[in-house]
Structures are given as structure tokens and as C-alpha cells.
Design a protein around this ligand. Structure first.
Ligand SMILES: Nc1ncnc2c1ncn2[C@@H]1O[C@H](COP(=O)(O)OP(=O)(O)OP(=O)(O)O)[C@@H](O)[C@H]1O
Ligand SMILES: [Mg+2]
Length: 262
């Protein structure tokens, strides 16, 4: 399901203190492709994901997900860094929550939740509660809870940013596997260059605020992907390109901040 953003503008606050967060952003996120949005802090990545997910109203432009005219949010599900799991519910009841509010009967929703819990490597933890799990395990629960909705679009906002380095690698590989098995349209926000290249079919590099699209880098690395690819020359070339673009923007962002203070 395509996501099409045209001339998207987002202004926060009122004049004279308004903030132009997104400035005429246009892009087509292709159906069943994995697109990473990479950019310096404050460039509007989260804002864009929230607008596409129907959580945040926007100032002007058009945003469409699919072609049936349904409101934004209908076809997508979000995964954040802050997981928002229910701490008092068991793992299985957290994962099955979306089906429960849809009115799916308990035997069916538990069966589907159990399958997903196994697919993210948490078999045996169905009756645990989130406070009894590690950060990486909680992140898997959040992923399973999103996947159970079977929406064609997944919007992910730095879902792995708080994980330790090893857990992050495992989670990235798991996500790659899930994506390669059941293609969905994924929009994945990150400020980690290696993560964007390892996961994405394309990397959309944004400018410092106001957020615009600076360049789109196609990632032609073969799938299935694995962490070992990080050491290949092809990966290195993509990394260098993205690093060059990002470095310029981070320096711009720093200059802006200095100007605001000074
Ligand atoms: N609700 C809001 N009210 C006012 N300003 C906001 C609001 N949400 C975001 N902003 C501003 O809009 C800009 C973009 O914010 P956003 O959170 O989208 O950036 P980001 O690229 O996700 O940054 P980070 O990498 O730090 O998460 C920032 O300058 C931020 O301060
Ligand atoms: Mg953000």
C-alpha cells in the first residue's frame, strides 16, 4: 500500500514563535517496501510518522495511505521507542489486545498471539508481565502486538534506540526476517546510519529543521540481509554517502542552535 506525501507542511505554535517543522515534503513511499527516514534530531522525523499514522493533524499538503480514501491511521500501526505496554497484563494479553478490542473471541486471539509470540522468540513467556522482562524482550512484545493487527503499513519511530548494542542487532535481524517473510509497507525512523542501510530498500535523508528531503539513497544490497553485510565494500560506500549528507545537516543544525542562543 503506497504512502504518498505531497507538499506536506507542519507548523507548530503561533506567530511570532512558530516552528516550521516540515517544509513542503513530497515523497512516495512505495508499497511493500522498507523505507528508512534518516535525519538529525529535531528535523521532523517523528512528526512525519505521526502525521502519516493519523495521530497528528497537519498544516497543509496532502497525505494518502492506499487509494480507498479511508482516514489516516486506518491501514497502519505504530511502534514507538516508548512501548506503552500494559504492565498489569500478561504478555499474551498485551499481544492479543488489538484483537480483543475488535471483538475476536478468546480462543482465536490467543492462538494468533501465541504464534506471534513464538515468532519473536518469546515462547514460554506468555504468562509473564512486562516488568518481569528485559528491555529487548519488551520490545519483542511490542512488535508482536503491532504485527497481530495485520495492517499493511507499519510506522516505526526509533523502536530500537533504547536497546543495548547486542539486543539491537538481534532485533534488527528479527525485523528484517519478518519483513522478508510477510511484505508490508514499512516507514522506519532512525538517526542511526548503519541501521537505516541494513534495514531499508531506500533511505530518505532529511535536512535539519525545517525538515525537507535532502536526498533519497536506494539501497541495492541483496536480501536476505544480515549483520555480516556491514563489513562489505557495498555497505561501506552507502554508509559513506549517508554519513556525508548527515554530517552536513548536523553541522547546519548546530549552527541554527548557536544562532538561536547567541
Ligand atoms: N507538539 C509540538 N509542539 C511544538 N513543537 C513541536 C511539537 N512536536 C514537535 N515540535 C518541534 O518540531 C520539530 C520536529 O520535531 P520531531 O519530534 O518531529 O523531530 P525528530 O526528527 O523526530 O527529532 P528526534 O530525532 O530528536 O526524535 C522540533 O523542532 C520540535 O521541537
Ligand atoms: Mg523523533
Amino acid at each position: 500500500m503506497d504512502i504518498v506525501v505531497e507538499n506536506l507542511v507542519q507548523v507548530f505554535g503561533e506567530a511570532p514563535r512558530e516552528v516550521l517543522a516540515l517544509d513542503r515534503v513530497s515523497h512516495r513511499f512505495p508499497s511493500e517496501r522498507f523505507t528508512c527516514i534518516l535525519g538529525p534530531s529535531g528535523c521532523g522525523k517523528s512528526t512525519m510518522a505521526q502525521i502519516v499514522g493519523g495521530i497528528e493533524p497537519y498544516t497543509s499538503g496532502t497525505v494518502t495511505v492506499g487509494s480507498d480514501g479511508q482516514p489516516l491511521g486506518t491501514h497502519s500501526v505504530m511502534v514507538w521507542q516508548q512501548l506503552n505496554l500494559f504492565p498489569w497484563r500478561t504478555v499474551i494479553d498485551n499481544v492479543a489486545f488489538g484483537l480483543e478490542i475488535r471483538g475476536v473471541a478468546k480462543p482465536e486471539r490467543n492462538e494468533r498471539a501465541r504464534r506471534l509470540i513464538a515468532s519473536v522468540g518469546l515462547r514460554g513467556f506468555e504468562q509473564h508481565r512486562p516488568p518481569q522482562l528485559s528491555g529487548g524482550m519488551r520490545q519483542r512484545v511490542a512488535l508482536a502486538r503491532a504485527l497481530i493487527m495485520e495492517r499493511p503499513v507499519m510506522l516505526m519511530d526509533e523502536p530500537f534506540a533504547a536497546l543495548d548494542a547486542q539486543t539491537k542487532i538481534v532485533m534488527q535481524e528479527e525485523l528484517v526476517r519478518i519483513y522478508e517473510r510477510s511484505k508490508r509497507t514499512i516507514l522506519f525512523v532512525t538517526h542511526a546510519i548503519d541501521e537505516a542501510i541494513l534495514l531499508g530498500d531506500e533511505v530518505v535523508v532529511m535536512t535539519a529543521r525545517p525538515g525537507r528531503i535532502k536526498e533519497v539513497i536506494p539501497i541495492d544490497l541483496p536480501r536476505p540481509r544480515s549483520q555480516e553485510m556491514v563489513n562489505t565494500p557495498a555497505f561501506g560506500r552507502l554508509y559513506d554517502r549517508a554519513l556525508h549528507l548527515i554530517r552536513e545537516e548536523v553541522l547546519n543544525a548546530m549552527k541554527q542552535q548557536e544562532a538561536m542562543v547567541g
